[in-house]
Design a protein around this ligand. Sequence first.
Ligand code: SF4
Length: 454
Amino acid sequence: MELALLEKYSKAGPRYTSYPTAPYFTGQFGERQWLDELRQGREAARDLSLYVHIPFCDTLCYYCGCNMVATRNYDKARDYLTALFQEIDRVAELTSARRVVRQLHWGGGTPTYLHPEDIRRLFAQLAGRFSIGADAEISCEIDPRELTRAHVQALRDCGFNRVSLGVQDLNDQVQRAVNRIQSESLIREVFGWLRDAGFDSINIDLMVGLPHQTAASYKETLDKIVALNPDRLAIFNYAHVPWMKKHQTLIVEADLPSLSTRLALQQQIMAALTAAGYVYIGMDHYAKHDDEIVRAQQEKTLYRNFQGYTTHKHCDIYAFGASAISQTDDVYVQNVKKLADYQRLIGEGRLPVERGLRVSREDKLRRDAITRLMCDLEVDKARFGAQWGIDFDTYFSDALEELSAMARDGLVELTADKIIVTAVGRIFLRNIAMPFDAYLKQSSDEQPRFSKTV
Ligand code: SF4
């Protein structure tokens, strides 16, 4: 049954880390508009979430979908940090110190590409310019391959309390096919360093859909990972988009697992992690029962943004670095992606904005519906309608018609009061959200190409 569903619903669609999604941002929203937004928000009551993008990696993983540069020339990172510090200064000047940072995340690329002394310098720069809350969630993505104990100590000394370890798969053949070689013993060693240093929230990232993955090979990976006892797991579907990411042509398509294998892997993951005591959160994420993200899902306060699932719904995100995306309730804004452009604009005293979008009321309303589905796995139509001043069934009649076909396939349950995602529907969350996306209904030659939903 599920294989037929997978064949039917495996189609291109957004991941909904934002709505409207990033391909619909436009150059009409630029630096001037972002400056206005920052000035207006100067004394806003909303707390802050800061994101810092470090785009460097030592080597290229062929599956990579991030904005990154593979280089062994550390001078590039030094030059980048100089620009990054200036960007932090400029945005901080426009932000009241009364606004408290509740969340700080470093992503990439590989943030731990930075030398330990530069990790300390960058953190000091942020802490000197923004008011970081004493209980802030401070997290960093880690590549175990280049990590040293000195990196771990620098992160800990700065106050990082969460880390996310990129593993993807422990099988040799899979690792060779994607050019990411990292032994199980290395992962265990690094994991031990992190625990020794006092990190009690460690996430491990795995990936499904990589070349040569089989149910048997993945079982070994899962067994070894579960034995480490991470606090959270994020299991991402490999997004094969070689038209956007040219280096993905280095992945041999014939080696990619079939749809039926992908389905078997998904089922295996769900069974293994549930049996090991993890709770499945929204899309791709698992956490222990007592994790705050599980509580947030149960209490319907979970939120989704560019960093994935978060408990920090009421924060404006100010993002720094090439390609980084900032977000307030009213706007999205993305920095230029190329390092040379980023550094040139910063050198000219500018904010390095490439494009963005001012969000309309209609966008917000649809964003709320999509977010509720992706986070709560249900929408209470009456409550939603009262909140937005609409009659849900009338306003979303098109979407409900599309969903009724999904209801016949068992993906959702449609009652008079609610839309409820079923257990089967959980791996089709992106499909279930798509009927609420007005931008997808634009004429097809204007449409960007997305990765497959499942
Ligand atoms: S380490 Fe991460 S960002 Fe760098 S190439 Fe690999 S997947 Fe991409």
